[in-house]
Design a protein around this ligand. Structure first.
Ligand SMILES: O=P(O)(O)OC[C@H]1O[C@](O)(CO)[C@@H](O)[C@@H]1O
Length: 186
């Protein structure tokens, strides 16, 4: 095994441990919220934002009215719409302001974060706690061989994909029906 494939397996081990630490109840609440909500917005900075984008794409494939905050084409957040904020630290400044704005507009804020006691965690109506180490690992005891927020960002991607599968199960969707909404001008 080369060193790179060895690292690959170590990352998988870390993700496997992360799966055991997720809350089924919090995940189920998120799925229920997606079913009940009119419009869904997802925000995140940097790599956390990239994972959020992939989640929005699948929600669109499932027929949900979902948007990436900051994209050129997005709707307006209205009363009772949901804003999902993905932030490992829960302290990214632009996302703190966004959470405050969404609350002032009557939206429901869901924080997906490592740090439930963070500024965004405290502002949120609901917190989905992710295991892992925040990008600043200097004072964190969680063990990972990966730099900064990598483990959180990978966990986020897999968690969101698992949420998609649960939503599909509840709504009787399959890959064929969703493929009907796949981009066909690419
Ligand atoms: O998830 P956070 O803590 O809001 O940080 C945002 C982003 O900052 C980065 O460290 C890069 O600037 C990314 O790895 C991370 O996704």
């Amino acid at each position: 095994m080369t060193q790179t494939t060895h690292y690959f397996k170590s990352i998988l081990d870390e993700l496997s441990r992360a799966a055991d630490l997720l809350s089924e109840e919090q995940a189920e609440q998120l799925v229920k919220q997606l079913i009940a909500t009119n419009k869904i917005f997802v925000a995140g900075a940097g790599r956390s934002g990239l994972m959020g984008k992939s989640f929005v794409m699948r929600m669109m494939h499932m027929g949900l009215d979902a948007y990436v905050v900051g994209e050129t084409v997005t709707a307006n957040l209205e009363q009772d719409d949901v804003l999902i904020i993905a932030s490992g630290s829960g302290e990214t400044k632009s996302l703190v302001s966004m959470a405050e704005k969404a609350k002032s507009l009557g939206g429901t804020v869901i924080a997906v974060t490592i740090n439930a006691d963070s500024t965004i965690g405290k502002l949120a109506d609901k917190v989905i706690k992710m295991p892992g180490s925040p990008k600043d690992q200097s004072e964190d005891a969680y063990e990972t061989i990966q730099p900064m927020g990598s483990l959180f960002e990978q966990t986020l991607l897999l968690f969101f994909d698992a949420v998609i599968l649960r939503f599909m199960e509840k709504k009787g969707l399959d890959s064929d029906t969703m493929y009907g909404k796949h981009a066909n001008l690419e």
